[in-house]
Design a protein around this ligand. Sequence first.
Ligand code: SAM
Ligand code: SF4
Length: 330
Amino acid sequence: MTLVDQFQRRISYLRLSVTDRCDLRCAYCMPEQQQFLPRKDVLSLEELHQLALGFIARGVTKLRLTGGEPLVRRDMIELVRALGRKLGDGLEELTLTTNGTRLATFAEDLHAAGVRRINVSLDTLDRAKFAELARRDSLPQVLEGIVAAQAAGLKVKLNTVALKGINRDEIPALMDWAHGRSIDLTLIEVMPLGEVETDRFDHYLPLSEVRADLERRYSLSDSVHRTGGPARYADVAETGGRIGFITPLTNNFCEGCNRVRVTATGQLHPCLGGTEQVDLRAALRSANPDAALSAALDEAMRIKPERHHFRIDQRGAAPALARHMSTTGG
Ligand code: SAM
Ligand code: SF4
């Protein structure tokens, strides 16, 4: 039976975190001294595989591997290969979100396993700014990774968090750079998830303002293009490319939500912005894992909330949720 929540939303998309660890420390995402999940609690490769199969059996057709940084997990490519075998057999798309630092090593393997599209997160093309924001001097590796991904035949999309005082002025140049390489760019509003050293209020930038900035220099026309996520797109006449806007704060998109997220320790979070959770690891380790997993997914459908309630309207406010995006699986 397919997964449908109490608001009649069909859940067909799983974002599965394979690790909450990362080789970068993006300032809006996590603190320098992040408390990672205990290694002993993290699901094994076999458990991640079994769990994904359980979702596919319940009608999930799209699977995105994420983290943390998915490519820092050593056995990650084995999982991609195993899941790639389900493509055309229940699974329609297998993809991942990555910071790109290890893409040059894995791009060909990903393509060979059946991955066709990937999202790469990149907030600036300025090396010094990158080093400051990500707290690691890794821009050259990321750029090398993007080149390698395209050479391997992967369709690359860039995700950029729009940040006041950090990359606002650079967004047009980032868009030109991406579109010049046949890469679509999607902008994201920063969300109040987990404690970080900076105050997100100081950097929160409503995308309505970014769009107005862009419209002073480019002709944007709304597009009907959709990728199964919350992004809304516009075509840019001058570049021939597409720009996406993900607006969790200025424009709530929860009514069309089709996804759930699972952490590397097997906790299912039916909403990125909610405290609801279902323990899939316990189900996987029970006497009858298939039945227990299916029952746990039914429970997730019962508790999936109607919407999140993110706000960034006050300096010094606590995050909407203690859990970082890197733990939930971005
Ligand atoms: N490490 C991988 C990466 O950076 O692409 C995958 C995980 S990361 C948590 C996924 C996405 O979440 C990235 O595009 C990142 O920019 C975004 N992100 C992280 N923290 C965020 C926050 N507080 N608000 C909005 N986006 C955030
Ligand atoms: Fe790592 Fe991605 Fe978070 Fe940056 S956004 S710290 S790359 S998990």
